[in-house]
Design a protein around this ligand. Structure first.
Ligand code: UT7
Length: 318
């Protein structure tokens, strides 16, 4: 028994914030943002939108594409760092919005690696025969945890959601998943605040040593692709589509170059979406599925890295 992605979906909030808009908010320039990150614009949720709202739109598309109904779901996992509330989980809120009852639903918190962690987890349930159809979602509203006066971070992130349905299959599907974490880097990229004594204790905003994240990301993203391909007796050059976490086009290019993967085999959406954390990989996947780039039987490698640090990859045959 294997698991296979049978449907994808995504959602981007209507409001677009361009680099030129940001020039009016902080001391930055379109030229700096584009040359250092590749980002030209990002989508920003309305103040009344929550992660579960974005997740709902993406999920409905994925469910429709999988040719099932929400009643056929028997597992819901949401990867998010920006949950609707402290509890219940965004997955439980999404379950209710989908009109589903009594299937397990939980959140995964692995920051920008969250979708890879969630997909790897769902694969264990589906391929073991415990579940038939799992909904796996990455949904984020980073605009809520950005200090809009901090040019080091506010230009980098955006909001959005991506979703897949993972179903039982006699043929693969997911070939292998590879998850890692190294908590000793916990202070390099964090939102340190928490709720206590009726108030936020610590900072409610992203704090990041961008240079340190950059170096770490390039190293582990290369390592984890090699790990995934070696385990499957493949070469990085055998991959048809690399779908990396979308944080910075320079990280994406540098990883692809080190692996000898040409850029036309890499799905890039960071220019239009910014960094949407756990949503970036399923968003990029959905776009490449819908525009016909990803075709049946192709080898697809999803890989992510994020706060924690966490990192990982899922290799699959489409
Ligand atoms: O999902 C994981 C989350 N995070 C990441 O993936 C981020 C990874 N890191 C990066 O993408 C890059 O390190 C950044 C885009 C954050 C920064 O790029 P960089 O090429 O590493 O620039 P830098 O940190 O060396 O900064 C260069 C200069 C600094 O000025 P000084 O000290 O040289 O005078 C910054 O103050 O650029 C300045 N700077 C800006 N200037 C204009 C920082 N942010 C901005 C800005 N506009 N928005």
């Amino acid at each position: 028994m294997y698991s296979r992605i049978t449907g994808t979906g995504s959602y981007l909030p209507e409001k677009i914030l361009t680099n030129h808009d940001l020039e009016k908010m902080v001391e930055t320039s379109d030229e700096w943002i584009r040359s250092r990150t590749g980002i030209t614009q990002r989508h920003i949720a309305n103040t009344d939108q929550k992660a579960s709202d974005l997740a709902l739109f993406a999920s409905q598309e994925a469910i429709k594409a999988a040719n099932i109904t929400s009643k056929d779901l028997d597992l819901i996992i949401v990867a998010t760092t920006t949950p609707d509330m402290t509890f219940p989980s965004t997955a439980c809120i999404l379950q209710d919005k989908l009109g589903v009852d009594n299937c397990p639903a939980f959140d995964v918190q692995a920051v920008c690696s969250g979708f890879v962690y969630a997909l790897a987890t769902a694969d264990k349930f589906v391929s073991s025969g415990k579940c038939r159809n799992a909904l796996v979602v990455g949904s984020e509203i980073y605009s809520k945890i950005l200090d809009w006066n901090d040019r080091n971070t506010c230009v980098l992130f955006g909001d959005g959601a991506g979703a897949v349905v993972l179903s039982q299959s006699e043929a693969p599907g997911i070939l292998s998943s590879h998850l890692h974490a190294s908590g000793r880097y916990k202070d390099v990229l964090s939102v340190s605040g928490s709720i206590g004594d009726g108030a936020i204790q610590g900072s409610p905003y992203i704090n990041m040593d961008g240079g340190a994240v950059f170096k770490f990301a390039v190293k582990v993203l290369e390592d984890v692709v090699r790990e995934a391909t070696e385990e499957n007796k493949l070469q990085p050059s055998d991959i048809d589509w690399l779908i990396p976490h979308q944080a910075n086009v320079r990280i994406i290019r540098s990883t692809a170059q080190k692996l000898g993967i040409p850029l036309d085999k890499v799905v890039v959406t960071v220019d239009k979406h910014g960094n949407t954390s756990a949503a970036s990989i399923p968003l990029a996947l959905d776009i490449a599925v819908k525009d016909g780039r990803i075709c049946k039987d192709q080898l697809v490698l999803l890989e992510g890295v994020g706060g924690g640090f966490t990192w990982g990859a899922v290799l699959l045959r489409w």
